[in-house]
Design a protein around this ligand. Structure first.
Ligand SMILES: [Zn+2]
Length: 304
């Protein structure tokens, strides 16, 4: 309808009265045009139509209802760490596709094309950075990369960041957002749960704190291992956190689940997590915890 109206716009120049008529109709049609992507966004929680810039300036939190939209990894790093302090490590760690897996396309090709479109080599980025001037060993799930699924690369990187924290005697911090284990690597993905948990026991033994931050969603093998093993576990509001998704559980037990099941608030009430922190306060909260819990530097002459 709209196309038909605009395609006869040439008539405006030859017939003034017709131009008026057409112009009016075109405006009316414009009003019905769907909201273009990127400029406006509808809040998933309250349904409010929000201006894109307004959300961006608010750290991608709905100004009307405080719903936390997914935050791209680069923005997450920027709003968490002291400016310019992040030094990425373990960049060259790549999956070797040990199973030669293929679904609708070869796993190797999927990794390559996802790397091209997302800009990360796998679903995790880690390194050293500073919060409030204090050094930490930190890692972030890249949810944009295959739903933040954990295969051997993610497990290896998490383990390395924990080992780095141990070696440097600095707190470890992991931001989790994951659909769980990566099916394309089968049992090797599941083995990352044991591997990362073992690395954590070393930190615990030697009094190096590990802070876990749960984002929406943190599920499957990630929730069932290091994400829920933090000395302190923080979560963003209304984040979905659990092993199996609520729909799968409902279908299995054939019962309706309670309101808010598996959301951060539900977990806090039952003692599964320590605190829910609004995205705007997260950096300062982490800074405070790191200050409180960071181990004293190794004194000269003390044994490692
Ligand atoms: Zn909202």
């Amino acid at each position: 309808m709209h196309l038909a109206l605009t395609s006869c716009g040439g008539a405006r120049y030859s017939h003034y009265a017709m131009a008026w008529f057409h112009k009016k109709k075109t405006l009316a049609a414009d009003e019905k045009r769907p909201i273009p992507d990127g400029l406006w966004q509808k809040c998933d929680a309250c349904g409010e139509i929000l201006y894109g810039d307004e959300i961006l300036q608010n750290l991608r939190v709905c100004p009307k209802c405080d719903f936390h939209f997914a935050l791209p990894t680069a923005e997450r790093i920027a709003c968490t760490l002291d400016e310019g302090s992040f030094a990425e490590h373990d960049r060259g760690v790549e999956s070797l596709d040990p199973l030669g897996f293929r679904d609708s396309k070869r796993y190797r090709d999927r990794l390559k094309s996802t790397t091209r479109s997302v800009g990360y080599q796998d679903a995790f980025v880690d390194g050293l950075g500073r919060i409030h001037g204090r050094e930490i060993s930190i890692g972030f799930f890249v949810f944009e990369f295959m739903g933040g699924s954990m295969g051997s690369v993610v497990g290896e990187k998490v383990t390395r960041l924990l080992e780095r924290a141990h070696e440097r005697r600095v707190p470890a911090v992991v931001f989790s957002a994951s659909g769980g284990a990566r099916m394309q690597e089968g049992i090797l993905s599941l083995m990352q749960m044991a591997k990362t948990s073992l690395a954590l026991t070393r930190l615990r033994r030697d009094g190096i704190p590990y802070l876990s931050v749960l984002l929406n969603p943190t599920t499957g093998g990630v929730a069932a291992s290091f994400a829920m093993l933090g000395d302190v576990i923080l979560a963003e509001p209304r984040a979905l956190v659990g092993f199996a998704g609520p729909r799968v559980i409902e279908q299995t037990i054939r019962q309706k689940l309670p309101e808010g099941f598996q959301r951060s608030e539900f977990l806090l009430e039952r003692g599964m997590i320590d605190r829910i922190v609004h995205r705007k306060q997260l950096r300062d909260e982490l800074g405070r915890l790191v200050d409180l819990l960071a181990p004293p530097p190794r004194s000269a002459g003390a044994s490692a």
